[in-house]
Design a protein around this ligand. Structure first.
Ligand code: HEM
Length: 409
């Protein structure tokens, strides 16, 4: 198997389901050329993936992600496709600096913290809607799919019943749903059309002095840095970006966290006895079951990484998921350990100027979910095979995650 496996096989379903042993087979050769896969937003079946370098080792992944001058985040494939290109994620400096300054003010810690009561209320409602005790529940189908979508719908002041639309738009864009290209394109157009109209109405209402729901959308509209603010078009694309960047990854993350509780009873029991363990569990779950496995960059100049002579214009796939399992940085990577001294170094939120802006919001949703599970249940039992999705390496997450919740006495 060691000699037979090559980079072009990384998109096979069995690899997507459990990529880590396959990364190990390629680690010695990394960076290695020959992987082909689709960046977010593009259309499998319409767009043609570019062959790319595969970067697997922690130091090399960090070097690529850190060096934003040599490795551009602009995605020509996405720009040429019918998909909207994302704010920040697909921008380089100087545009990135300008947008990030405004977005950092929008996502400032105090603002995110003030969302905690609303997130708690949505967690309670979503658990009430979908959880029962002593019965098998697939937490992916309902709770994990719907909570981040409901949070997004709330943050944008959308009608509550649009949570399913948010869900569909995010999975179509992030390639995690196995759907036809026409359907994918229709979802992208529907999302952009909705947000354009919604933002316009919102701005009109603000101009008339009316109250508007949707704290994140209000902040996108009102936030100014040094007299600079977002244009109408930028606000619309920020809504799309936060939807696709925030809903899908968080859904998979919540599923992965519940899988940790169901599959490692000692971790669950430890958390029940000592809730301050949450922080360590949260971080180690991000390393152990991090959702984003890889994202692309394009070399802006000839550059050598390890033994690889990367040419200007070459595509480079940065495997954050493989960095999280690099034994040089995380000894015994296949073990879930709560006492890692470098737990903070996981790469699941990226690295460098593009590091995830929504991480505190994802943490809020995860922390609230864990706290309420602990309040309600004494045990979370695995009730059937946890099946990992095998459509795209963009996110490592579960397709189905059946568990049984046992109520507290
Ligand atoms: C567990 C959940 C999440 C994970 C694992 C995650 C992961 C990531 C990663 C790996 C990046 C870096 C992209 C790159 O280097 O090209 C990123 C960027 C980003 N994320 Fe997240 N994300 C999560 C949740 C969220 C949420 C909830 C939001 C927003 C509401 C969000 C908004 C963003 C934005 C706007 C960027 C772009 C930052 C920039 O390019 O400057 N993310 N995220």
């Amino acid at each position: 198997m060691k000699t037979a496996f090559s980079a072009d096989q990384l998109s096979r379903p069995e690899v997507i389901r459990n990529p880590y042993p396959y990364y190990d087979l390629l680690r010695d050769q990394s960076p290695v050329f020959g992987y082909r896969d689709f960046p977010p937003g593009t259309m499998p079946g319409v767009d043609e993936p570019k062959p790319s370098w595969v970067v697997l080792n922690f130091d090399d992944v960090a070097a690529v992600a850190w060096d934003h001058d040599s490795f551009s985040s602009r995605d020509s494939l996405q720009e040429e496709s019918s998909a909207p290109s994302l704010m920040l994620v697909n921008h380089d400096r100087p545009e990135h600096t300008r947008l990030r300054k405004i977005a950092t003010k929008v996502f400032q810690p105090a603002s995110i913290k003030s969302l905690a009561p609303a997130v708690d209320a949505l967690v309670t409602k979503t658990m009430d809607d979908f959880f029962t005790t002593d019965q098998t529940i697939d937490v992916m189908a309902e709770y994990c799919a719907m909570l981040p979508s409901r949070v997004m719908a709330y943050l944008f002041g959308m009608p509550e019943n649009m949570d399913h639309d948010v869900r569909n738009w995010a999975s179509a864009f992030m390639l995690s749903a196995d759907i036809y290209p026409e359907e994918r394109q229709a979802y992208n157009e529907e999302a952009m059309g909705f947000f354009a109209e919604h933002v316009r109405e919102h701005i009109d209402r603000i101009a008339k002095g009316q109250n508007t729901p949707g704290p994140l959308l209000n902040a996108f509209i009102r936030t100014e840095v040094d007299g600079d603010s977002l244009s109408f078009e930028e606000i619309v694309r920020f809504c799309m970006t936060a939807t696709v960047a925030g809903a899908e990854t968080t859904s998979f993350y919540l599923g992965n966290l519940i899988a940790v509780f169901a599959d490692f009873n000692d971790i669950w029991q430890g958390f029940v006895e000592d809730p301050t363990l949450f922080d360590a569990i949260y971080k180690e779950t991000l390393r152990f079951h991090g959702p984003p496995q890889r994202l692309f960059r394009v070399a802006t100049r000839d550059i050598t990484i390890g033994n690889a002579d990367i040419k200007r214009g070459d595509w480079v796939a940065c495997f954050f998921g493989a960095a999280n399992y690099d034994p040089e940085t995380f000894p015994e990577p296949y073990e879930f350990q709560l006492n890692r001294k470098n737990a903070n170094r996981h790469m699941s939120f990226g690295y460098g100027i593009h590091r995830c802006l929504g991480a505190p919001l994802a943490q809020l949703e995860a922390e609230s979910t864990a706290r309420m599970l602990r309040d309600r249940y004494k045990q979370i039992e695995r009730a059937g095979e946890a099946v990992w999705q095998d459509v795209s390496l963009l996110n490592h997450g579960l397709h189905s995650n059946p568990v049984i919740f046992r109520a507290r006495d």
